[in-house]
Design a protein around this ligand. Structure first.
Ligand code: AQP
Length: 348
């Protein structure tokens, strides 16, 4: 990667927070703790929060056309049910703001092939048959850079897996500002990767990320799981035979134990040290039921509210339409400035 981003940002605009989740449905505990719960916390931070449903990103892998709209509404329902307030935050579907695709094209001409070649997520997602992957899957991080920079976002709350993409966004911003002699035009956004659950791991393998594409449903807690399913999955979660240690350092080399302690901490708004102060010395026979109870308590209201919203999507659609209009106003202004900088023709 180039070292463009080591240059301090000359951007002087206001703070803006932005993030999104793909419209591929199937939200899990990793998305809830690593993304949703944190978006809601940031809502009170004094900077506007933009949260979109990434349906353009979703189609980088095949999506059934008759399901995509419902999946988009489902993510929006998760936003609302988790506590995002459409009166305070801008919630919108990515495809409803055409400027995302427009800026992504211009960024495709700024980003270098070598930069994209290094993206580990493409390698993981395309697997052994990369020649069969869509071109969109390859340029996915360029669209992500457009999503962020259209709104001149300064902070992007994401899970640990998105760190490399954020670095690419910063490189694209820095190169654009340099190439078009516009110092400080785009900010160099900061990834906000904080809290005990930036990387929630699979319940079956403490070395693998909890992910919707894991073939084992036992590996994850879905936001659609009921109390019995959540309890059963936590009970069956892989662990080691030792009792929980007294200190965080002693979790070293025990990935499954670390994962369950981190999940507990994130759900209870505690630090892992606080969790171990209570459970250190106890076995998983005591810890797992406590964790299951906490997970059910935290997720049941979100799941119930999502179901209510999905049963009558008018409320979701109103929030999305309002958000799309607000987002488009800002995005179109940025694209107009970008076109001027690039030198495109415009009506005299
Ligand atoms: N396991 C995780 N722990 C913490 N955060 C996570 N995120 C995803 N998995 C975890 C965060 O959730 C946000 C939205 O993710 P996404 O749906 O846009 O895409 P993703 O990261 O590709 O989600 P999955 O489940 O991991 O999908 P697959 O299986 O397709 O790869 C992001 O902020 C992400 O960091």
């Amino acid at each position: 990667m180039t070292d463009l981003t080591s240059t301090p940002s000359a951007y002087t605009g206001p703070r803006r927070i932005l993030s999104g989740i793909q419209a591929s449905g199937a939200l899990h505990l990793g998305n809830y703790l690593g993304a949703l719960k944190r978006f809601v916390a940031l809502q009170g931070e004094g900077a506007p929060v933009f949260v979109f449903v990434a349906d353009l990103h979703a189609i980088t892998v095949w999506q059934e056309p008759d399901k995509l709209q419902a999946q988009t509404r489902e993510i929006a329902a998760a936003y609302l049910a988790s506590g995002l307030d459409p009166a305070r935050s801008v919630i919108f579907p990515q495809s409803a703001v055409p400027a995302h695709a427009e800026l992504a094209w211009i960024f495709n001409c700024v980003a270098r092939l070598g930069w994209l070649d290094r993206m580990t997520q493409f390698k993981e997602k395309s697997g052994k048959h990369k020649e069969r992957a869509s071109v969109g899957l390859y340029t996915y991080p360029v669209l992500q850079a457009a999503d962020i920079l259209l709104y001149k976002a300064t902070e992007v709350p994401v899970g640990d897996d998105q760190k490399q993409h954020l670095e690419l966004t910063r490189d694209i911003a820095a190169k654009f500002n340099t190439d078009f002699n516009a110092p400080g035009f785009f900010p160099l956004p900061e990834p906000v990767i904080q809290g005990p659950a930036t990387r929630v791991m699979s319940l079956r393998d403490g070395q693998a990320k909890m992910s919707k594409s894991d073939p084992s449903d036992q590996s994850r807690i879905n936001l659609t799981d009921d109390a019995d399913a959540i309890t059963a999955k936590i009970k069956k979660a892989r662990t080691d035979p030792e009792a929980l240690p007294e200190t965080v350092e002693a979790l070293e080399g025990r990935p499954e134990a670390r994962n369950l302690v981190s999940i507990y901490a994130a759900l209870a708004d505690q630090t892992p040290a606080e969790v171990l102060a209570r459970f250190g010395g106890q076995g998983f026979g005591a810890f797992k039921p406590a964790l299951a109870e906490l997970a059910v308590e935290a997720l049941a209201p979100v799941t119930a509210e999502m179901r209510r919203l999905m049963a009558d999507p008018a409320e979701i659609d109103r929030a999305l339409a309002r958000g799309a209009e607000q987002a488009a106003g800002i995005a179109e202004a940025t694209v107009a400035e970008v076109k001027d900088l690039v030198g495109f023709w415009h009506r005299p």
